[in-house]
Design a protein around this ligand. Sequence first.
Ligand SMILES: Cc1ncc(COP(=O)(O)O)c(C=O)c1O
Length: 481
Amino acid sequence: MSEIRFFSGERIPLELHKVRVVQKLNLVPVERRVEAMREAGCNTFLLKNKDIYLDMLTDSGVNAMSDRQMAAMMVADDSYAGSATFTRLTDKLTELFGTEYFLPAHQGRAAENIIAMTYVKPGSIIPMNYHFTTTKAHITRLGGTVEELVSDEGVRIESSDPFKGNFDLERLEDLLKKEHGRIPFMRIEAGTNLIGGQPLSLSNIEEASDIAHRYGVLTVLDASLLQDNLYFIKTREEAARDLSLREITRRIADKMDIIYFSGRKLGFARGGGISIHDEEIYLKMRELVPMFEGFLTYGGMSVREMEAMAVGLEETMDMDVISQGPLFIECMTNELIAKGVPVVTPPGGLGCHLDATRFIPHVRQEEYPAGSLAAAVYIAGGIRGMERGTISEQREADGSEHLAAVELLRLALPRRVFTLSQVKYAVDRIAWLYGNRDLIGGLRFIEEPSSLRFFFGRLEPVSPWMERIEKAFRRDFGDSL
Ligand SMILES: Cc1ncc(COP(=O)(O)O)c(C=O)c1O
């Protein structure tokens, strides 16, 4: 993907691939969208695909695969033990990360479970730039706590900081100085999921790991979103401009003791695992794999996905491949800004993020503005996003609400899946909704699971505001879908 300039001056991200397999989509009428949202308990996770036009819920496991990945799936070696596919995947990880050992897992959170079960005890503190939902759930389940040390810019919605995912190194050093005895490892999420796909710089990653190692603390990289972070290091960090993607990857990996990832994101397939340099660390975690995941040469993954992942990891070293996501996101973000819609800036990886706090300032945080906006965007355009705000948090031990630092609606752009006209459609419907934002109201829980409630909790509108949006839509769009 490269950004080109039209003769008119307009700049667009031009696809450097062609589409050879397509899937039919539905766009159901607005009346059905309101009904579907009610049936889903105002939770976009519970919508059915037949009711969705643009599925911008996530980039997880839904990226388009290349012809080479599909071809590789045909030569997968399907055996319980000793699979040649496993050897090919491990060799690719060794080539890219310089790690000798690989523990397969069925997806990223399974890798998190193995790491947490090995290292987290009651009273442990795990510093990180920012948490991810499943990461935090595993750590707190085992009696540990998460200490977020992202720089102040990280949670500022509008910023010109190119690396908002960076650690505040001073706070990191202070914490390690005081508490290193309770800190089994430090986690680096590159890039950050919950604060808008914002990256860390190579220099910040290197400095943060050096600090951790000075205090004898292990460094763990969550590389699930590494492909986007590599793109941003290459394009935004002066000192990395002349480094190849392979060199940047190796510089990061050399500083890590443990690297885990969701293969649903990194590698554009489905699965996950943990890469390790040191034999002792590998042996500490190894027996949890056959116990929870599957034998050591597949770990719960299909061998076909493992073959696709090995090729996908190689393709991650190609700027034409990894730039597509960030450039489409930048295009969508800039078009929304031009229409006055509040979004997270600078544009990050993974998706475009709407700022629900400024989109609907009249909805109190206790009535879940990001969740309300997710429901409203679906009604306006059949577009499914993901709430990344208070609903995605866990309640405090005393049952009180933990209000999120930011209330975002994430509109993920799975890689190489959508066209620019679909992106423009989404921008149009969101801008229309912004013009009618006063109609949007809040939500309240009617069924609230005690952990990871955002996945399957059910809510209802606090007033008939969804019907009000339906009426306004009909008024303005006539009988158009
Ligand atoms: C940064 C990050 N870490 C971990 C995970 C968990 O991975 P998985 O969904 O494969 O379990 C995700 C998934 O979205 C993620 O974005």
